[in-house]
Design a protein around this ligand. Structure first.
Ligand code: NAD
Length: 372
């Protein structure tokens, strides 16, 4: 792989490779854009087949974080990290503490959190060596599991979609199909049932879906039957790529709004198919930003009520995206990207204004007789 070409292709600011043979650490941190603030994004631990694959993944994921933070109105940039290794076998205290020291060396340009393959406990090890980590356990003053705030953000986002598609944001009596009875899907189901929606839920693990259905007073559906259910809203809360050539033709819903990342297998092609079928799609990185809002909150001293309140902003963000989409005659996917890019451009310009704070002190220091 031509490393520099790859880094420049999507305008990354900095990519750092770390290795420590003694503890078996090989990690890459990608900082995509810090126009809005320090780059925040989780650390993924995965058995990548090659270094190229790991680099490709971290570049892709870190760019996504720039857009997610920008649309969520956070003063954060986009970054992500990958540790090459098996999360079931290769984790040690020494590995994560070494990794923490490397992060510390970046001086706060990158702040980490948990992600696929890493846990709160791993972040606690990282925290022993650096303050630039979020998502540690509530017991230690951290923000803990982000899923409840993610799910709440999706719930208010679904209401914004309902307002757009049906002219009214009440979900009473609306039929919602949830794919994935995991943390996000189950918390989301709870909010929907409470408002009087009729919820259908599935999972590849039948027991998990059946017990979630029982707990929620929802209806269990087999995984291969979910897409064809006649419902108002389809909520993908499992894995990415669930909206594809096979599933889209089966859909019988008006809205797609859920927590999974990268729902469209091929963004351009599959958003076009949804538009063609008259289905309103809530861009995933906008509607599932509650988790990022939650960890960002930890930077100010975590308070759950404040995190939930901020996640309510997802309602207005989606309405803004729908307004841009209609006004500019572009898809909701393009509108979400435009909203992010506009905010980054505008805030970057503001930062060029002279404020007389650090810059002034710096110049005076250089000019003063003492410093000479
Ligand atoms: P989870 O692992 O708790 O739940 C995912 C569930 O989906 C699992 O139960 C799994 O068995 C099921 N599943 C996988 N493939 C399926 C399929 N084809 N059909 C039906 N079920 C399937 O994960 P989670 O934390 O609930 O996250 C769900 C999604 O939301 C993920 O894509 C995640 O990246 C995204 N997300 C989560 C958060 C968060 O705060 N947890 C934040 C942002 C985005």
């Amino acid at each position: 792989m031509k490393v520099f070409e790859e880094i420049e292709r999507k305008d990354h600011e900095q990519v750092v490779f770390f290795s420590d043979k003694k503890v078996g650490l090989r990690a890459i941190i990608a900082i995509h854009n810090t126009s809005l603030g320090p780059a925040l994004g989780g650390t993924r631990m995965w058995t990548y087949a090659s270094d190229d694959e790991a680099l490709h993944d971290v570049l892709r994921l870190s760019r996504g974080m720039t857009y997610k933070a920008a649309v969520a109105g956070l003063n954060l940039g986009g970054g992500k990290a990958v540790i090459i290794g098996d999360s079931h076998k290769d984790k040690t205290e020494a590995l994560f503490r070494t990794y923490g020291r490397f992060i510390d060396g970046l001086g706060g340009r990158y702040i980490t959190a948990e992600d696929v393959g890493t846990t709160e406990r791993d972040m606690e090890w990282v925290r022993m060596e650096t303050k630039y980590v979020t998502g540690t356990s509530r017991a230690l003053g951290g923000s803990g599991d982000p899923s409840p705030v993610t799910a709440y953000g999706i719930y208010v986002g679904i209401k914004a979609c309902a307002h757009e598609a049906f002219g009214n944001d009440s979900l009473r009596g609306k039929k919602v199909a949830i794919q994935g009875a995991g943390k996000v899907g189950t918390f989301l189901g709870g909010h929907l049932v409470k408002e009087g929606a009729k919820v259908y839920i599935t999972d590849i693990y039948e027991d998990k879906a059946k017990s979630a259905a029982k707990k929620l007073k929802a209806t269990y559906v087999k995984p291969n039957k979910l897409h064809e259910l006649p419902v108002d809203i389809h909520a993908p809360c499992a894995l990415g790529g669930s909206l594809n050539d096979e599933t889209i033709p089966k859909l019988r819903c008006k809205i797609i709004a859920g927590g999974a990342n990268n729902q469209l297998l091929d963004e351009k092609k599959h958003i076009a198919q949804l538009v063609e079928r008259g289905i309103l799609w809530a861009p995933d990185f906008a509607i599932n930003a509650g988790g990022l809002i939650n960890v960002a909150n930890e930077l100010e001293g975590y308070r759950e009520e404040r995190a939930l309140k901020r996640a309510e902003g997802i309602y207005d963000t989606l309405k803004q995206i729908f307004a841009i989409s209609k006004h500019e005659k572009i898809t909701t996917a393009q509108a979400a990207n435009r909203l992010a890019e506009d905010r980054i451009a505008k805030i970057s310009r503001i930062k060029q204004l002279y404020t007389g704070r650090s810059e002034f002190r710096g110049r005076l220091g250089e000019l003063s007789p003492k410093s000479r």
